[in-house]
Design a protein around this ligand. Structure first.
Ligand code: NAP
Length: 281
């Protein structure tokens, strides 16, 4: 049976460490959160992030806009936040209303305040393997969980399923920087099963419920499930057929309680790092 990687526990440890660090250094990091639109789920996500930030000692300031907000209004806000020395991090909650050019807005965020790691400057640093890159919270959290298993990553075959800018692509770059041999799969990939069978590490981020079957996995594979899905009965599940994969994998993350809690912890860590970088200069 696989060891279940407890992301909730690790995330809590990271948050406790951050709380202690903020108190010890007597710093007051501040995160600006931009929320546009009327999506109820987004409001809950943002509230949870604000609560987690408050608990470690990060102040948040929320800017909300309704669905008819203009690109110009949002860009003006980003300019103001970039120029506000008291603001250390800017988080633009995605998705934005459809008429907003999200990438154009993300590109306006000062790279030092880009706690999401979505700015092309930070993506470029990551690609260069530069330790100063701010790395997107979810893939950063996934790598932390993989490293926690203490497996030697060098030369391992890693399969990343999904090629989004926020998970799949940065994840594959992180694993490449760790000297894994990385394959990236996506919806047009012709034989996902055989790619899985060859993978020592599988990171799946598709949102397709139980896409990855247990008999696709190599015996002893490390399996990280980023997906947050609902199955046909409405039950929360991941991309991986968890119950059966438990018998094949060496390590596996559950959904919920795996990658999800790490994403928030890594965001908070990015805010503290942003504060420290801004005050070094
Ligand atoms: P996304 O932008 O929709 O990307 C999904 C990716 O999966 C795409 O690259 C897509 O391929 C690929 N894909 C879809 N169906 C596939 C299939 N049958 N076989 C292989 N690849 C397939 O989603 P995302 O933002 O990366 O998020 C992915 C999942 O992770 C979602 O369930 C999301 O809720 C979850 N998530 C969780 C966290 C967390 O903190 N736990 C954070 C972020 C996201 P194409 O590029 O060809 O379309």
């Amino acid at each position: 049976m696989a060891t279940i990687i407890d992301g909730k526990k690790t995330a809590l440890e990271i948050r406790n460490d951050l709380k202690e660090k903020i108190a010890r250094l007597k710093i007051f990091p501040k995160l600006a959160v931009v929320l546009a639109g009327d999506d109820e789920a987004s409001k809950i996500y943002v509230k949870n992030k604000q609560k987690a930030a408050f608990e470690v000692g990060i102040e948040t300031i929320l800017y909300t806009f309704d669905n008819v907000v203009t690109q110009g209004q949002l860009e003006t806000l980003i300019d103001d936040l970039n120029n506000d020395a008291d603001v250390n991090g800017i988080l633009i909650h995605l998705p934005l209303p459809k008429h907003i050019n999200a990438q154009k807005l993300l590109n306006k965020v000062c790279p030092l305040k880009d706690v999401d790691g979505f700015h092309p400057f930070n993506i470029g640093l990551l690609q260069n393997g530069d330790i100063n890159a701010t790395i997107a919270a979810t893939p950063k959290g996934v790598l932390r969980l993989i490293k926690q298993t203490k497996i030697d990553l060098v030369g391992k075959n890693a399969l990343v399923i999904g090629r989004s800018n926020i998970v799949g692509k940065p994840m594959s770059m992180l694993l490449l920087n760790e000297n894994c041999t990385v394959t990236i799969a996506h919806s047009k990939t012709s034989d996902l099963r055989s790619l899985c069978q060859n993978a020592d590490i599988v990171v799946s981020a598709t949102g397709c419920p139980r896409l990855v079957k247990a008999d696709w996995l190599k015996k002893g594979a490390v399996v990280i499930d980023v997906g947050i899905c609902r199955d046909e009965s409405g039950k929360l599940c991941g991309d991986v057929d968890f119950d059966k994969a438990l018998e094949v994998a060496s390590y596996i993350t559950p959904v919920p309680g795996g990658v999800g809690p790490m994403t928030i912890a890594m965001l908070l860590e990015n805010v503290v790092d942003a504060y420290l970088k801004q005050h070094q200069q």
